[in-house]
Design a protein around this ligand. Structure first.
Ligand SMILES: *Cc1c(COP(=O)(O)O)cnc(C)c1O
Length: 462
């Protein structure tokens, strides 16, 4: 941060920065008192920011690499991080700032403490950024470990198993049944740097009890990192259940229109960690943004940020509708003779149902119905009777549902994870992650649910 020299000549800019920070803090406090939909629509882009942007009712996309400064003092103050500024788009950018503040407010909705966000160019960039700073060796050759639910996205599996375990010698301890607290417990020790889980998981829809696993992490003095891409903050806010850091592939349900790839790390302030400077623990997302993010450079395009802001405004109502569609499709598949198993945490016979029902609720639904409303998201997976060959026949017969490695969309999309998203991890890796070769993952879209069911029905028929 600031060099250790006399900065008194910068005082006017430091003072101006102070005022800017206070005015933004006031806007943030104002928005924290609003409801989820209001935050999703406006974020931190209030009337003052509107007027500073020539009255533009939408956040402008600042498609410019750098900021012009008034003079050398202004530049020096900004680059010493002594006043809010953005300087260069790899480090910060006004459009990214609007998105980051919105995501922090949404993910921190209902959470009492302060929350910050750092965006990244993809979900994987966010997961790398969120995890890498904890993996420093304080002494050369030190043996360190991480404890991770094996029921996770293929990219995450590869990052941890190839890049971290094979290339860097980090001991990656896989939890095979994330619902089993004793398994998590048996793997954590004094050399553990963090615990990581997906809730719910892609593609298996496995769940875990965030509260219990967070307690375990905190007893060990380390953070719990939760990937809640499949749920989004409209259905699950892990920080409220004790998680320290949330990672999101913003490419998915946060952005159902699918006009951009993006990721985000959202963290509460004052996180536990066995390593790193005070800045890391005080405000992890800001630390990532200003230091490791600056040096690794996985910054998001401001154009993508605008596409996402635009899609986010209707997040809650979309996730409500999409989840209801998925529930109807899951019930159909569950009763179909051509389907041997369905994984969807909203089905009463799903092993994740009790935990998911405690943690996954549609935000602010009580206002309309007077009671909490469970919604379980729009991703599900199932196995087709007859093995791999009939699974592929079913898949190839789909007439409307798209065959693609994608999810989170307003359009229904199916994939066979073993030959797509989870192909690279091999048989052994797939069995660890519980991905059988006849598993179909289905992203239930916003089409009429009966049309989705019709397409599935005709493809399942012999
Ligand atoms: C897609 C996905 C990621 C990776 O996100 P990208 O934006 O594709 O890099 C991470 N976690 C989960 C659960 C995902 O579904």
């Amino acid at each position: 941060m600031a060099e250790n020299h006399d900065v008194s000549h910068l005082q006017p800019y430091i003072d101006r920065g102070q005022q800017m920070a206070e005015s933004e803090a006031a806007q943030r406090q104002l928005m924290r008192r609003k409801r989820f939909d209001t935050i999703a629509v406006h974020g931190i882009y209030g009337l003052e920011a509107v007027m500073a942007n020539q009255g533009s009712i939408n956040e402008p996309a600042y498609l410019t690499p750098a900021q012009h400064f008034e003079n050398s003092d202004h530049m020096e103050t900004a680059l010493a991080y002594l006043m809010p500024a953005w300087a260069y788009s790899r480090i910060a950018n006004p459009t990214l700032h609007y998105l980051e503040e919105t995501l922090a407010l949404l993910e921190g909705y209902g959470f009492a403490g302060e929350v910050s966000c750092c965006t990244a160019s993809s979900g994987m960039a966010a997961i790398f950024l969120a995890t890498n700073p904890f993996l420093v060796e304080e002494q050369r050759g030190e043996s360190i470990n991480i404890v991770v639910s094996s029921r996770c996205y293929g990219g995450t599996f590869m990052l941890f198993s190839e890049r971290y375990a094979k290339e860097r010698g980090i001991d990656v301890r896989w939890v095979k049944d994330p619902l089993d607290l004793s398994e998590w417990q048996s793997l954590v020790d004094s050399q553990t740097r963090f615990l990581f889980g997906e809730m719910p998981s892609n593609p298996g829809l496995a769940v875990f009890d965030i509260e219990q696993v967070a307690d375990l992490a905190h007893q060990a003095g380390v953070p719990l990192i939760v990937d809640s891409t499949v749920a989004t903050p409209a259905l699950l806010r892990p920080l409220c259940f004790g998680a320290d850091i949330v990672v999101q592939s913003v490419s998915k349900s946060m952005n159902t229109g699918g006009l951009a790839i993006a990721g985000a790390v959202i963290a509460r302030h004052q996180i536990p960690s066995q390593v790193g400077p005070d800045e890391l623990k005080d405000n992890y997302a800001l630390y990532l943004k200003l230091l490791p993010g600056r040096d690794f450079g996985p910054s998001l395009s401001p154009f993508s940020a605008l596409m996402i802001l635009n899609d986010l405004r209707t997040l809650r109502s979309k996730l409500d509708r999409l989840s209801r569609n998925a529930m109807q499709v899951a019930s159909f598949l569950d009763q179909h003779a051509g389907v041997t198993a369905v994984s969807y945490p909203g089905l009463k016979n799903d092993p994740g149902y009790p935990v998911a029902s405690r943690l996954m609720t549609l935000v602010d639904a009580e206002e309309e119905s007077g009671q909490t409303v469970n919604r379980y998201g729009h991703l599900l997976s199932f196995r087709v009777a007859g093995g791999v060959a009939s699974t592929r026949r079913f898949f190839d017969r789909l007439q409307m549902i798209m065959r693609a490695t994608d999810l989170g969309r307003i359009k229904s999309i199916a994939t066979i994870p073993a030959i797509s998203t989870h192909q690279q991890q091999g048989d052994e890796g797939r069995s660890l992650a519980d991905i059988p070769p006849d598993l179909v993952r289905l992203n239930v879209g916003g089409e009429h649910p009966l049309d989705i069911i019709d397409d599935l029905e005709q493809a399942l028929q012999r």
